[in-house]
Design a protein around this ligand. Structure first.
Ligand code: SF4
Length: 70
């Protein structure tokens, strides 16, 4: 299983790239623009900007995103 783990300070986001279908819901809902679709998968490339709102976890249609605080 290809789970990509992102960590910055106290924040951890995991994206299951087997589940990600790159529909971009996380890109659309994240208020601080943490995500970017790269090579057909969502990447939490600006995790340092995360404000822990949990919108990405709730919005993902395939439940590919886990957030330590959500
Ligand atoms: S928890 Fe909120 S701020 Fe953090 S990555 Fe998800 S949508 Fe963006």
């Amino acid at each position: 299983m290809a789970v990509k783990k992102y960590n910055e300070g106290s924040i951890t986001i995991e994206i299951d790239e087997d589940k990600c279908n790159a529909d971009g819901e996380c890109v659309n809902v994240c208020p601080t623009n943490v995500f970017e679709i790269v090579d057909g998968k969502s990447k939490a490339i600006r995790i340092a900007d995360c404000i822990e709102c949990c919108a990405c976890v709730d919005a993902c249609p395939t439940k590919a995103i886990k957030h330590h605080s959500c």
